[in-house]
Ligand binder design. Structure first.
Ligand SMILES: [Zn+2]
Length: 158
């Protein structure tokens, strides 16, 4: 059985700025509205696969942490980051940005694409929620605007 949460409908959304190094116009700083969709695969026990409320609470916390921030990847040799007190300097491809530290979220992925944001959020959901063993898999999708997104599947147990 599959349990599904559509973040566009239930408010699991965030807006953020990013750039994708070495990727044409996407290498310029710009922003998106993101929606997160989750599917939980498993067997129902007494009519329940997993608690919607707990799942939404966790994903909402992740969305709030990312919301209205600049997403800076820390797993990219082409992006250099220097933190100087309350200021963050970010350089890539001979471009230099300076941001207030509080406006930036560092993410340990190579680029903040929908694909790798799905991996990042999926990893956090799987690590930070303790799923009972009737739950066999979790799929996390990140949409860059409604109708286009990337999904990562995590197999649990066994
Ligand atoms: Zn973009």
């Amino acid at each position: 059985m599959m349990l599904e949460i559509d973040g566009w409908q239930v408010g699991l959304k965030f807006s953020a700025a990013h750039f994708i190094p070495e990727h044409g116009k996407c290498s310029r700083l710009h922003g998106h509205d993101y929606g997160v969709r989750i599917r939980i695969y498993g067997e129902q026990r007494n009519g329940i696969v997993y608690d919607f409320v707990e799942l939404k609470h966790k994903v909402r916390a992740i969305c709030d942490m990312l919301d209205h921030h600049v997403l800076i990847p820390t797993d990219n040799d082409a992006v250099s980051v220097t933190i100087d007190g309350d200021t963050v300097q970010v350089s890539h491809n001979n471009k230099n940005y300076t941001f207030p530290r509080e406006d930036v979220v560092f993410i340990n992925i190579q680029v903040p694409s929908a694909e790798l944001l799905a991996v990042y959020i999926g990893r956090k959901v799987v690590e930070e929620l303790s799923f009972p063993n009737n739950v066999k898999g979790v799929e996390v999708c990140v949409d860059e605007g409604p109708g286009q997104g990337a999904c990562e599947y995590y197999s649990l147990g066994d």
